[in-house]
Design a protein around this ligand. Sequence first.
Ligand code: FNR
Length: 380
Amino acid sequence: PNHEEPAPSQPAAMPSKQTLPRRHSRKDDHVRLANAQHEAEGCNSFDDVRFVHNSFPDMAVHDVDMHVDMLGSQWDVPFYVNAMTGGSASTGVLNGALAQAAESCGVAIASGSQHAALRDRALTPTFTTLREHTHGFLFANVGPSVTASQARQAVDMIAANALQIHVNAAQEIVMPEGDRDFSAWKATIREILETVDVPVVVKEVGFGMSQATIRAIAAMGVAAIDVSGRGGTDFITIENQRRNRSEYGYMAGWGESTVLSLLNAVEVHHERLADRDGSSHASSDSVLQPQIVASGGVRTPLDVAIALSLGAQAVGVSGHFLHTLIKSGESGLVEEIERWKQQLRSIMTLLGARTIPELRTRNLLVTGQTGREAELLGIS
Ligand code: FNR
């Protein structure tokens, strides 16, 4: 997501979408290769988890209320279109279609990295199209290599309700032109937190988060953490394929799975609760923060239900929705999101869960590789 190629020499004036340079863009490569990854969605950590069945739901489908409180707003739908794109003419068009679909279905949406537009104003319309097409909850998106004032500009650019900061070291390190020095990332995130006046989410990009990572981010006082785990879009593979050579091919599959990352988050949460109970001055608010968001390899409404049940407050979907848009157009994506909403209701009914907090009390079995990894980490 980070690191655009050098800005072309464009006049400073903002052209319309039609006059954007039709140059070859990393962003177009990302879309093409990510789309191919989601043509056949394989097994991932969600397959290691299953709900325990109960034959008496004791409720009706119309009793379900799926709303969640996210970052101070109420979301009627607990899943959303996560960060992807913008920064080239064709990805600007995709952003418009994604935002239009999000608006019709009443789901939130995140912008892709806005670095390109922060460097080259000519690319701004490929992001502002998001706000033009939705009145709903919208995340801005930058990496921890921007300045705090650029982060603020990214929020203002699209009148965002919150800001995502992506931490993508695994992607950078396999890119020949990627960042090589990550030593200032935590300090930059802290500066951004002090500068922007919207809630901040620190997110991975499909490599998941360990307990140490989650602990470090929670200590910064961010509003939310998107663990964005392994199991869906794999940027190491994408960066390898972009160059038609698999220099780091053996690194495919790096990272913590989404389910293990969520179990890690639960573990850290318990630890923070125990710390609070042992200390007289910590407020309960600081323990409830940050909210946990799940993403990475979410393929079905059942994956959404599992992530919510494992403690996620909301669930982000990138690759699957991108693939649906490219394959079936905007109306196909709207149909898919509506189908997910209806099926999530059905699954919650089957589980006898009227609300998302009730869903969290349902019994889950964690088996297979995820179960073994959790056991090794001492997660009960
Ligand atoms: C992404 N992702 C991403 N994340 C981010 O924070 N900023 C970005 O610019 C991008 N760019 C991007 C482009 C494309 C084409 C894809 C598919 C994804 C990462 C995304 O938000 C998410 O963390 C991962 O893709 C894992 O989720 P899925 O794709 O497995 O649902």
